[in-house]
Design a protein around this ligand. Structure first.
Ligand SMILES: [Zn+2]
Length: 352
């Protein structure tokens, strides 16, 4: 029988001090050439070992080989000039200097496939691999070529599909697309965002997930959250259409968040990665706090479809905090798992 409530993290984990400056996004590498390649592999091994030691069931690379969840993928593509930068507003929230799309975009060689093969060799557990989603990719660039958000998103979706197929062949069990932009551009999500995502997963046989969150615990995001009021109903705008999509799993932020969990009813039938760990503070949750969030989610998600997870990536956190949070996630999930098994036993006895 498949394990109930399999745990995983949303994606990134902190990098070791010797590889990159800790507690920073876009932190430059501290190594070069072959030493950098070996260093990334070693960091990936450590990230895996820490997840396994914490008791995480579906493991990942902790994004140890990338500087940033969107830009590292784009750096490997043709058609984007990283020297030519323009300032744009990202997710309607903060200004950033971003690279420019100067011509047709294409992928000349695999981006993460070797890393995924390496991870596959290191573990027999199910593995999840994160890729940026098409809408979040276009939102991180200045487009001087297509001059059309939808057209560029579909070009990226085609490229993501090529990469995803090779990741699947490398033995990845779940391919996840990170789409924080889905929480901002509701009209576009419904008009073409979900369709672009469908293009990215076309023909895949492995499971697919979309991660939609309120972002890393960086200041621009926590300030934005202050403006969202007492109830965060963003998911309500996009869930009906996502429920109809062919995406298997939806990964969401639920812990310490003002998202009314009854919104999960709108995606009934999908598997849900329920964020039960806050990534915006350094306090390590108790297993009981994690369990409380999971129990609430169980009112709206069938037990066999609930996947306990973190709210978002943990790259900006101190390493010991991230380790503690992973262990709390596993321990909290175990509490609820035992409750479910006990209930099932009681039900079995009553039936027998
Ligand atoms: Zn996230």
């Amino acid at each position: 029988m498949k394990k109930l409530l399999p745990t995983s993290s949303a994606g990134s984990l902190p990098k070791p001090l010797w590889l990159a400056e800790p507690e920073t996004l876009w932190s430059p590498w501290k190594l070069e050439g072959d030493a950098l390649h070996d260093g990334k592999c070693d960091a990936l091994r450590i990230a895996l070992q820490e997840q396994q030691q914490a008791g995480i069931d579906i493991v990942s690379d902790g994004e140890q080989t990338r500087q940033h969840f969107v830009t590292t993928f784009i750096e490997h593509l043709n058609g984007v000039d990283f020297e030519k930068r323009e300032t744009v507003r990202i997710r309607n929230r903060y200004d950033a200097s971003v690279p420019t799309v100067v011509g047709p975009v294409s992928r000349t060689k695999p981006v993460f496939v070797e890393d995924a093969k390496f991870l596959r060799q290191q573990t027999t557990k199910p593995i999840k691999w994160a890729l940026p989603g098409p809408m979040t990719m276009i939102d991180t660039l200045y487009d001087a070529h297509y001059k059309n958000r939808e057209a560029l998103a579909f070009e990226f979706a085609k490229i993501l599909n090529e990469e995803a197929k090779e990741l699947e062949a490398a033995g990845v069990d779940i391919i996840q697309f990170d789409e924080p932009a889905f929480n901002v551009f509701f009209d576009e999500v419904n008009q073409w965002g979900i369709a672009a995502l469908e293009r990215a997963i076309e023909g895949l046989k492995c499971e697919t997930a979309v991660h939609i969150c309120y972002g890393y615990g960086i200041k621009a995001n926590t300030d934005w959250k202050q403006t969202l009021g007492s109830e965060w109903r963003q998911y309500e705008e996009i869930f009906p259409k996502l429920q109809q999509s062919s995406i298997d799993i939806i990964s969401l932020e639920c812990h310490n968040s003002r998202v009314p969990l009854e919104l999960l009813e709108l995606v009934r039938g999908k598997k849900v990665m329920v964020g039960a760990i806050d990534v915006a503070n350094h306090a390590i949750e108790t297993p009981e706090e994690v369990a409380a969030t999971l129990r609430k989610a169980l009112q709206f998600v069938d037990a066999d479809k609930l996947y306990p997870c973190t709210n978002c990536g943990m790259a900006p956190l101190p390493r010991q905090v991230a380790r503690g949070k992973l262990a709390a996630l596993a321990a909290g999930a175990q509490l609820v798992r035992e409750e479910l098994v006990r209930k099932e036993l009681v039900r079995g006895e009553l039936a027998g």
